[in-house]
Design a protein around this ligand. Structure first.
Ligand code: ATP
Ligand code: MG
Length: 363
């Protein structure tokens, strides 16, 4: 059997810096765990624009559609601020998401014990937290028609339309239930079925899919506003949270701050299963290109490292190896190794990006 294939797109800013550490980790798996990947690398974002005049070359797009998984660093930066919207670095990423049809966005919020003091919340509320938000990514109010700003009488009216089809709800619901089976076997679906038609349909379809295909998974429902409150009051009650595009946008940022630094947070975006049964998948840190620290060796490579761990688990069926990598990160943090974003000004000397990579490899 051929090796699983991985396309690496380091991108801009700190993207290549954090990706350099992940490449060392990928090599480590090849050398020590007999886990080989067919790795190819290409340009995206500003880096692609500089070379090709477009933030994503057609050849790169074609490659992304062929491989088992894409791992992306970050795109954008001040150098590209004045570019026309059609060639902005972010458009490269949007094209990837759209053409790969990545409708299910996975954002874990996991609190490593060693960083529990770093949360915006009290330590006992977040210590040991491990939840996953599944956000619908390609439909809902951000895309629904009609939309626009119109004149009505003597004033303007801003219009967006929340619209969900049964099949759009069903496919993201399936991805949440599948995920729950590999985790705590619990899904909480969040909408506003009390005031929104799309919320009523959402709840109906989630219940139908659950009864027909996933009755073994524990399912509950919550209004999204209550969900936001519960997320900061007692987040450990959740395992997988399933929600739409708009609520997911807000709830996942809220959940992110339960755990501390942006430099820690991975994500995955999944599409429909391909011929080999695995979903199309793009993995990336939640953070951006961080121009303020680019080129200084300060970037924390953990978010990108944990994104690769997600790829191991969800694209390559290597859950044990993913856990091995996550445990290495946990050990490094428990040993007190910190990049600058994980410490206060009085907390001693931070390690560099490479120093963190060294520590993870050693662990
Ligand atoms: P974008 O528009 O690309 O999302 P942004 O400015 O909103 O960019 P980031 O680029 O993620 O967000 O940066 C936000 C802040 O977090 C910056 O101060 C940055 O230095 C810091 N930051 C982001 N990622 C990391 C990281 N991996 N390590 C350390 N600090 C980081
Ligand atoms: Mg941002």
């Amino acid at each position: 059997m051929s090796n699983p294939s991985l396309l690496i797109l380091p991108g801009d800013g700190i993207g290549p810096e954090v990706m350099a550490q992940v490449k060392r980790i990928i090599d480590w798996f090849g050398a020590n765990r007999d886990l080989g990947f067919d790795v190819s690398e290409d340009l995206v974002g500003g880096a692609a624009y500089d070379k090709h005049g477009t933030p994503l070359h057609d050849d790169t797009m074609a490659k992304a559609l062929e491989v088992d998984a894409v791992l992306l660093g970050a795109v954008g930066g001040p150098k590209y601020d004045d570019l026309d919207f059609s060639v902005k670095p972010e458009r490269g990423l949007l094209r990837l998401r759209k053409e790969m049809d990545l409708f299910s966005n996975l954002r874990p919020a996991q609190c490593f014990d060693a960083l529990a003091d770093f949360s915006s919340l009290k330590k006992d509320i977040v210590a040991g937290l491990d939840i996953m938000i599944v956000r619908e990514l390609t439909s809902g109010v951000y895309f629904g028609e009609p939309r626009g700003i119109i004149e009505e009488g003597n004033e303007r009216v801003g219009i967006n339309t929340q619209r969900y089809t049964e099949s759009e709800i069903a496919r993201v619901a399936r991805s949440a239930f599948e995920l729950a089976r590999r985790r705590g076997n619990k899904v909480c679906s969040m909408e506003k079925a009390n005031v929104m038609e799309s919320g009523i349909l959402w709840r109906d379809v989630v219940m139908e899919i659950h009864q027909a295909e996933y009755a073994d998974v524990e399912l509950s429902h919550m209004y999204a506003d209550n969900g936001a409150m519960q997320l900061v009051r007692a987040p450990k009650q959740f395992d997988v949270i399933l929600t739409d595009n708009l609520f997911g946008d807000i709830l996942s940022d809220c959940a992110a701050m339960l755990t501390g630094s942006l430099g820690m947070l991975p994500s995955a975006s999944l599409g429909a299963p391909a011929a080999n049964g695995r979903p199309k998948a793009l993995y990336e840190p939640v953070h951006g290109s961080a121009p303020d620290i680019t080129g200084q060796g300060k970037a924390n490579p953990i978010a990108c490292t944990l994104s690769f761990a997600m790829a191991l688990r969800y694209s390559f069926d290597q859950g044990d190896e993913a856990t091995r990598l996550e445990q290495a990160v946990e050990k490094v943090l428990a040993d007190g190794v910190r990049t600058a974003d994980l410490m206060g000004p009085e907390d001693g000397t931070p390690v560099s990006t490479t120093g963190m990579g060294d520590a993870i490899l050693a662990a």
